[in-house]
Design a protein around this ligand. Structure first.
Ligand code: SAM
Ligand code: DTB
Ligand code: SF4
Length: 322
């Protein structure tokens, strides 16, 4: 059955690498053409993040401020009260965000957390926003419970290529990520899945990560591409940053491989020039996180983003009428 996000194609690594390696203007022309066939090129979707449970995470993801394995200096906190979460979501909605993404620094939710998490989803949905959560690994029953509460999207990133995964995280494996993604899909929740670049990986790992996403039985509806925000105290604090043209090429490749997915220019925009972001929007990126914080790290903030949007003639994407 065809799905809104598309899928069912099989891409080889060689085909994807050849697209990536094309002359820059050819690659961008192709990506932008695909973008125009599927989206209004002057609309960008706005999501807002909130960390509902911060720090003290048992996982050892080498990029993360919230892992208990590294001295990032971040203070751990307990799960937020439902009312506070809903109050924050209301502010985000009033500032123009259409999707509210709630993140928890967990390996996965415990049974005792599920009632509060379900209440957060119900409260945010009642504001008329789309809901997204990222809570770590889920089994099928947990995914079904979140779906029942009204969850629209679940974010769970594959982060990098299967080959490079073990260099970044040792407390779980690539197959664990795919299993949660399959549980989310089976429950009927939409999938938000992407990764991080600038973690010392090779170009082939970045291309391979996108090929893995494009070859899933159905494309993720939403594909966040994060540029590493280097965090002091983590093993990746001094990783070599990705070169901007290479980053734009990757966005273009994501757009070509997953024509109907929303591609999110995710973490790392504070380190991107306006011109780099403009090229990313031309190449097919059509979502950003708004607000001055992501989960724990900095984001450009509303004034800077609205100034950029106005210079580029970009409007916020509205929610589909339901
Ligand atoms: N604990 C859950 C998990 O890992 O699935 C959810 C929260 S986790 C912080 C969500 C995603 O944020 C990670 O999968 C990673 O892709 C991204 N992320 C975390 N730290 C980052 C950083 N310093 N720079 C860029 N992206 C980052
Ligand atoms: C995603 O791919 N990026 C967001 C969201 N999914 C949860 C998280 C970015 C986190 C950046 C680092 C921080 O704020 O701690
Ligand atoms: Fe924990 Fe998620 Fe950070 Fe990994 S990325 S340490 S699982 S919060």
């Amino acid at each position: 059955m065809p799905t809104p996000a598309g899928g069912g194609m099989h891409w080889t690594l060689e085909e994807a690498q050849a697209l990536y390696d094309a002359p820059f203007n050819d690659l961008l022309f192709q990506a932008h053409s695909v973008h125009r066939q599927n989206f209004d090129p002057n609309r960008v979707q706005l999501s807002r993040l909130l960390s509902v449970k911060t720090g003290g995470c048992p996982e050892d993801c080498g990029y993360c401020s919230q892992s208990a394995h590294y001295p990032s200096g971040l203070k751990a906190s307990k799960l937020m009260e439902v009312e506070r979460v809903v109050a924050e979501a209301r502010k985000a909605r009033d500032a123009g965000a259409t999707r509210y993404c709630m993140g928890a620094a967990w390996r996965g939710p415990k049974a005792r957390d599920m009632d509060a998490v379900a209440a957060m989803i119900e409260g945010v949905k009642a504001l008329g926003m789309e809901t997204c959560m990222t809570l770590g690994m889920l089994d099928l029953d947990q995914a079904r419970r979140l779906k029942q509460a009204g969850l629209d999207y679940y974010n769970h990133n594959i982060d990098t290529s299967e080959r490079y995964y073990g260099e970044i995280i040792t407390t779980r494996c690539f197959a664990d990520r795919l299993e949660t993604l399959a549980n989310v899909r089976a429950s009927g929740i939409k999938v938000c899945c992407g990764g991080i670049v600038g973690m010392g990986e090779q170009t082939i790992d970045r291309v391979d990560m996108l090929v893995t996403l494009a070859n899933l039985p159905e494309h993720p509806e939403s594909v966040p591409i994060n540029m590493l925000i280097p965090i002091e105290g983590t093993p990746l604090a001094k990783a070599e940053p990705i070169e901007p043209i290479a980053f734009v090429r990757l966005i273009a490749l994501a757009r070509i491989l997953m024509p109907k997915s929303v591609i999110r220019l995710s973490a790392g925009r504070t380190a991107m020039s306006d011109e780099m972001q403009a090229l990313c929007f031309f190449a097919g990126a059509n979502s950003i996180f708004v607000g001055d914080t992501l989960l724990t790290a900095e984001n450009p903030g509303e004034d800077k983003d609205s100034a950029l949007f106005s210079r580029l003639g970009i409007q916020p994407m509205e929610l589909p009428t339901r």
